[in-house]
Design a protein around this ligand. Structure first.
Ligand code: T4K
Length: 405
C-alpha cells in the first residue's frame, strides 16, 4: 500500500478516534424511549427514578452493594476524598493517569506525589508505596489503566501496614475484574468509575462510586446534593454533582447491550493481536487474566520497529487514525506539576520509558466494520515497519519543518 504521507489515498474517509462514543442502534432506540418518559413524568434531576434504577443496575453488574452515581469521575473522587477525611498531607498517585486523578488531590488540599509504574501493566508499582511513604502520606490512589487492575492485594496490604487510606481510580474498569474475578469496589476500598463519552459505558458525562461499605454512602448522597439531609436541613459542605435523568436514561439503555459490546471489543483486540504480534519492536500492553471490557488497545513501539512511536502516531493521523499516547508525558511532566517541590527532580524511569513508547489504537470504528477497521490499521503499521527508513526520513523532514497537524 502507498501511505498517505507519500501521496497515497487516506485509509479512512472518516476520522477513527480512540475516544469515539459507542452506541449500538438498539441502544439508541431504547434511549429515545426512556428519555421520552423523562418528559412525561416532568422530573429531570435530583434523585430521579431512572438514576435510582441505574444505580441498582451498576451495583448489581459489579457485584457490590452500593453504586452512588455522580456527574463525573473527577467529582466522584473529590467527594470520596472528602468523606474519607483526606484533606491535607501527601497522596501517592500513579504518574500514569489522567490528570484529573492528581488535580483532585490538590482541590481537597492535599499534595499529589507521583509514583512510578510497571512497564508491562502501566499501573502503579506497589513497591513505590514503601519508597515514597513518610509520615505526611495520607492515602494512595492507584489507577486501573485500560481496565487492567492494579495489584490491589499488595497495595491494600501496604496501605494497611502504614495506616493510610486507599481510593481507587477505576475510571477505565467498568465491567472489568482483577485476576481473582473481583470487580471494582469488591475489596473493601472505594473505587470510582467514569461514564465520560469516551468510556466503555457512557452517560455523556458521569461517574460512580462503588463500595460494599455502607458507612459513607448516605453522606456521599447528601454531598452530591449540596449537603442536604431531608428537605431543608443542610449538614455538610456539599456540591452539586448530581446526574440528570436523561443521562441516566442513556446509561440504562446500554445495560442490555453490554455483553455483546464487550464480545465485539474483545474480538477487535484479538484481531489486532493476530495482525501485530510478531512485528519486531512492537510489544503489547499486558491485560492479564482478569475480565476486561476491551475498550482500549495499547501497544509499545520500541527499538527494532524502525521508527519512533511519535513517527508512527503521525503517520496514522495522516491516514485519519487518531491514535493517542495516553497518558503521555505523565502527570509529573505536566507543566502544572513539573516545578512543584515534591515533583522537581523526581526520577520515574519506568513511567518515562513506557510513556515514551505507548500508543492507543481505536477499538470502535466510524463508517467501516470492526474487522475492516482493524485490518486497515494493521496494514498501515506493517507498511511503516517495512518502509521504516523512508518513513523515518519523512518524519525527520516533517519534524524539522515544524510539523503541525
Ligand atoms: N481518571 C482516568 C483514568 C480517566 O481516564 C479520566 C477521564 C478521569 C479520571 C476523569 O473522568 P471524568 O471526570 O471525565 O468522568 C478524554 C476525556 O475528556 C476524559 O474524560 C478521559 N479520562 C480521557 C482519557 O479522555 P481527552 O483530552 O483525551 O479528550 P478528547 O477531547 O481529546 O477526546 C478523545 C478523542 O475522542 C478525540 O479524538 C475525540 C473523540 N471524541 C471525544 C468526545 C468527547 C469523540 O469522538 N466524541 C466525543 O463525544 O480526554
Amino acid at each position: 500500500m502507498n501511505l498517505a504521507i507519500f501521496g497515497g489515498a487516506q485509509r479512512f474517509v472518516k476520522p477513527q478516534s480512540v475516544g469515539a462514543p459507542i452506541v449500538e442502534p438498539d441502544t439508541h432506540k431504547r434511549f429515545l424511549k426512556l428519555q421520552a418518559g423523562v418528559f412525561e413524568r416532568n422530573f429531570y434531576t435530583n434523585d430521579g427514578p431512572l438514576l435510582r434504577e441505574l444505580e441498582e443496575a451498576v451495583a448489581s453488574l459489579h457485584h457490590v452493594r452500593h453504586a452512588v452515581i455522580l456527574s463525573n469521575a473527577t467529582l466522584a473522587q473529590l467527594l470520596l476524598m472528602e468523606v474519607l477525611g483526606i484533606r491535607s498531607g501527601k497522596v501517592l498517585v500513579s504518574a500514569n493517569t489522567f490528570i484529573a486523578t492528581a488535580h483532585v488531590c490538590e482541590w481537597v488540599g492535599a499534595t499529589p506525589v507521583f509514583a512510578d509504574i510497571d512497564c508491562g501493566t502501566l499501573n502503579l508499582l506497589p513497591s513505590e508505596i514503601d519508597r515514597l511513604a513518610d509520615r505526611d502520606v495520607k492515602a494512595v490512589v492507584p489507577t486501573h489503566v485500560f481496565g487492567r487492575f492494579a495489584d490491589m492485594k499488595e497495595i491494600i496490604a501496604k496501605a494497611d501496614r502504614l495506616g493510610i487510606k486507599v481510593v481507587v481510580d477505576a475510571s477505565h474498569a467498568f465491567d472489568c475484574t482483577d485476576e481473582e474475578g473481583v470487580y471494582a469496589g469488591g475489596r473493601d476500598v472505594p473505587e470510582f468509575l467514569s461514564f465520560h463519552a469516551t468510556k466503555y459505558f457512557s452517560t455523556f458525562e458521569g461517574g460512580a462510586v462503588l463500595t460494599n461499605d455502607v458507612s459513607f454512602v448516605d453522606e456521599l448522597r447528601s454531598l452530591r446534593n449540596f449537603g442536604f439531609v431531608g428537605v431543608d436541613d443542610v449538614r455538610a459542605l456539599g456540591l452539586n454533582t448530581k446526574m440528570n435523568e436523561v443521562s441516566a436514561a442513556f446509561g440504562l439503555a446500554q445495560i442490555p447491550a453490554l455483553e455483546r459490546r464487550r464480545e465485539r471489543l474483545c474480538a477487535v483486540r484479538d484481531w489486532y493481536l493476530e495482525g501485530l504480534v510478531g512485528i519486531p519492536g512492537l510489544r503489547m500492553h499486558e491485560l492479564g487474566g482478569g475480565r476486561n471490557n476491551g475498550r482500549y488497545f495499547a501497544l509499545f513501539v520500541e527499538d527494532g520497529f524502525g521508527v519512533s512511536r511519535d513517527a508512527l502516531c503521525e503517520v496514522l493521523w495522516k491516514e485519519n487514525v487518531l491514535a493517542r499516547r495516553y497518558f503521555y508525558p505523565g502527570c509529573h511532566r505536566m507543566a502544572y506539576y513539573a516545578d512543584q517541590p515534591q515533583v522537581r527532580g523526581a526520577v520515574l524511569p519506568n513511567t518515562d520509558k513506557a510513556l515514551g513508547t505507548v500508543l492507543s489504537l481505536p477499538t470502535s470504528f466510524a463508517g467501516v466494520g470492526d474487522k475492516d477497521g482493524v485490518d486497515a490499521i494493521v496494514e498501515v503499521v506493517k507498511t511503516v515497519h517495512e518502509r521504516a527508513e523512508k518513513v523515518e526520513a519523512w518524519w525527520k523532514a516533517w519534524e524539522s519543518g515544524g510539523g503541525t497537524r
